[in-house]
Design a protein around this ligand. Structure first.
Ligand code: C5P
Length: 287
């Protein structure tokens, strides 16, 4: 909802002040007993996503086993719907799901906070995906605290692009644009967004949404401007790049507006696929 990016730190990460928001778009991981640790998958990205030790779900399972002092023995199977390298934190969601699934399989008895601490070793936004909901993220994004607001369902349209964008390249592009003074002013504090959430009015929320990485994603992928324009023309209250892109998300007034905007984006041919979603929803959980 708000991705405020500060300057690069000595460790290469950027200081963030972000408001995360979990939506219904999700993947599923099954964990079964096994003699070693293996990962198989089906669905979006099958054949493209590495299933070896570099995979975030495998890394998460190994980290949990190490912390819990148990052998990392499980057969993981991923049913993937979230596109790869899309700016939707799909890999991070899979890592969070692997932590929760292996915790249940191995009976390690970890609390959510324990799992979130392990999650921070895997990636900056993995702790948020352990919790879900709507939450404030600080540090490099790994320090998460829930946003307390009366329950409101927000309606979104998710416009999935062809191909991905590499997160480090998008951060580097933002640094380059800022050095040239060619980036828009930084978003700064999350106060306006948090106040907008409390008002529970989609038009108020629309005016408060923002993403400092958007200018960088647009610079690397100028066609995204057409996606944003098409969503607005179709009646979206706001449109913005999600995370480091290239997915664009749109806030809709209600569910029927969301379906109509998704249909219009698909007919305009500006994206590979447009899906409707709602949020907030829970993070990784056993079903
Ligand atoms: O933490 P994670 O491994 O998901 O980050 C991927 C990359 O995104 C980092 O290597 C870095 O280039 C960039 N990043 C950043 N600042 C952050 C989070 C991520 O520069 N706060």
């Amino acid at each position: 909802m708000h991705l405020g990016v500060g300057p690069a730190r000595p460790d290469g990460y950027h200081e963030l002040s972000t408001v995360y928001h979990a939506i219904t778009l999700h993947d599923e991981i099954t964990a079964r007993r096994g003699d070693t640790l293996t990962l198989t998958m089906e669905g979006v990205g099958a054949g493209e996503l590495a299933l070896d030790e570099s995979n975030l779900a495998i890394r998460a399972a190994r980290a949990l086993a190490r912390h819990a002092g148990v052998p990392a023995h499980a057969r993981l199977h991923l049913r993937k719907q979230i596109p790869l390298a899309a700016g939707l934190a799909g890999g991070s969601a899979d890592a969070a799901a692997a932590l929760v699934a292996c915790d249940a399989l191995w009976g390690t008895g970890m609390t959510r906070d324990d799992l979130a601490a392990i999650a921070a070793e895997i990636g900056s936004d993995v702790p948020f995906l352990v919790y879900g909901g709507t939450a404030l993220g600080t540090g490099r994004g790994e320090t998460v605290s829930p946003v307390l607001a009366r329950p409101t369902t927000w309606h979104w349209v998710v416009a999935v692009a062809d191909g991905g964008l590499a997160t480090p390249a998008v951060y580097a592009e933002l640094d380059r644009l800022r050095a040239l003074r060619a980036a828009p002013p930084a978003l700064g504090s999350t106060d306006d967004l948090l106040a907008a959430l409390r008002q529970r009015d989609p038009e108020v929320l629309a005016a408060a949404l923002g993403n400092d990485l958007q200018a960088a994603a647009l610079s690397l992928r100028p066609q995204l401007a057409d996606v944003l324009k098409a969503g607005k023309a179709a009646g979206a209250l706001a449109g913005l790049v999600s995370g480091s892109g290239p997915t664009c998300v749109f806030l809709a007034y209600d569910a029927s507006e969301a379906s109509q905007i998704a249909g219009a984006l698909e007919s305009a041919g500006v994206c590979r696929e447009a899906r409707t979603a709602t949020g907030p929803v829970a993070g990784a959980r056993v079903i």
